[in-house]
Design a binder for this molecule. Structure first.
Ligand code: ATP
Length: 396
């Protein structure tokens, strides 16, 4: 089993919480260039292309042969475990690092390769990091106009004021960052990132320092602003739920490589390999052997058509696909432990014919007490079969 009670994650889509309205009147007073929510001026969204991009640091290959096309105005969430190369890919895009192989193109022009390097200030790429990094000795307005040096002073002030207006903080323009809450500082950081109207915006775990409620608000506010400005966006996250909520597509990385890119539905229903499946769902994993394009499991034969005869494989059963039914209607099982997780509960079930426990995620109202005898059912069509992973690959 890959996952137990302690390691359980949840990937679910939650409806947006909206906040922060900016009045048209106050916006007009501030110069009127940004407008209230829904009317921020559009930037010219750029196409972003990674062509076999590589970045090596000594013996570490942080990014290995990444190829990906991001459409103008698209939001792609980069999802992957710590150290898999997400930040490095963002830094390469912004021009803070130089590729050791391959090419990065913006609107089909090479901006980064081992041979050529367009400096960060000439790429039209905005950056927003998790730690906000506002200058403490500058007012909020000065924090924003700092990045608008190319504009005449008065124009920069108007753009900065409008950007603050857009995130509902214009009244604090002349205050210093320390008086703001974490969420408000993050909104200033967002205003600062979008003020120069970048065609491409890189966001590195922008919400990770916020509490749950503030995170929800910031996600929705950011989505609204991204849609208004039409900036092409790459957003790094560790959270599957955040990637599903924010991204038009999700790009999954592991060990510097791009595992798979697609919509949340595509990856959920057809993960390219066991690593992508593990990142997206909590799985029960059973060792099986492929035979004649099928794999035999205690729940019936399932599809293994891509595997060779006799090949060792792993049958993956999502925790939510394990059905807990009356004893007579499924394979015999006994609940060994129950963990309540709010709307759902996670049951650990000893199941006939399986050496290890099976984990089932059920609606909280369907939870059973430990010691309860149950039936266990899984639809073989819901089982995903992948080649067995070697030990080295598992650990790496
Ligand atoms: P996290 O989610 O923890 O931020 P990440 O996916 O963003 O991780 P990166 O920060 O891109 O991962 O790092 C990828 C690998 O490259 C790591 O092994 C890291 O130690 C290494 N690395 C990154 N920057 C450098 C550097 N400047 N010098 C040497 N190694 C580096």
């Amino acid at each position: 089993m890959s996952s137990g009670l302690a390691s359980s994650r949840q990937c679910r889509v939650i409806r947006p919480v909206l906040f922060s309205q900016t009045s048209k009147r106050s916006n007009a007073a501030a110069g009127g260039r940004w407008g209230s929510r829904g009317s921020s001026p559009a930037t010219i969204a750029a196409r972003l292309t990674y062509d076999n991009v590589e970045r090596r640091f000594g013996n570490t290959l942080a990014v290995r042969g990444v190829s990906l096309d991001v459409e103008p105005g698209e939001i792609v969430c980069l999802l992957g475990p710590s150290g898999c190369g997400k930040t490095t890919l963002l830094r390469l895009t912004a021009g803070l690092e130089r590729p050791t192989g391959g090419r990065i193109l913006i609107n089909d022009s090479v901006v980064g390769s081992p041979q050529s390097h367009v400096p960060p200030e000439r790429r039209g790429v905005g950056l927003m990091f998790q730690d906000f990094a506002l200058f403490p000795h500058l007012t909020l307005l000065e924090n924003i106009t700092f990045g608008l040096k190319a504009l005449p002073r008065e124009d920069a002030r108007k753009v900065g004021q409008s950007a603050l207006e857009r995130v509902g903080l214009a009244r604090y323009a002349d205050e210093y960052p320390h008086i703001l809450s974490g969420g408000e500082q993050q909104r200033v950081a967002l205003a600062r990132a979008i003020a120069p109207r970048p065609g491409v915006l890189m966001m590195d775990e922008p919400f990770s320092g916020l509490d749950t409620r503030m995170r929800d608000e910031m996600r929705e506010e950011t989505l609204a602003i991204l849609k208004e400005t039409r900036a092409t966006c790459m957003l790094v996250t560790h959270s599957c739920e955040e990637a599903m909520r924010m991204g038009n597509r999700i790009a999954m990385m592991r060990q510097g490589k791009l595992l798979q890119a697609g919509t949340a539905e595509e990856i959920y229903h057809a993960p390219a390999n066991i690593h992508a499946a593990r990142m997206f769902s909590d799985l029960n994993e059973l060792a099986v052997v492929a035979k004649g394009g099928k794999a035999d499991t205690p729940f019936g034969k399932c599809d293994a058509k891509d595997l060779a005869n006799g090949q060792n494989a792993v049958a993956c059963i999502r925790q939510r696909d394990v059905q807990v039914v009356p004893v007579s209607k499924g394979r015999a099982g006994r609940v060994l432990a129950t963990r309540f997780l709010g709307d759902t509960a996670l049951l650990e079930i000893g199941t006939e014919g399986l050496e290890e426990s099976l984990y089932a995620r059920v609606r909280e109202s369907h939870a059973k007490q430990p010691g309860t005898d149950v039936g266990v059912k899984v639809n073989p069509a819901d089982i995903l079969v992948f080649p067995a992973v070697s030990e080295g690959e598992e650990d790496a």
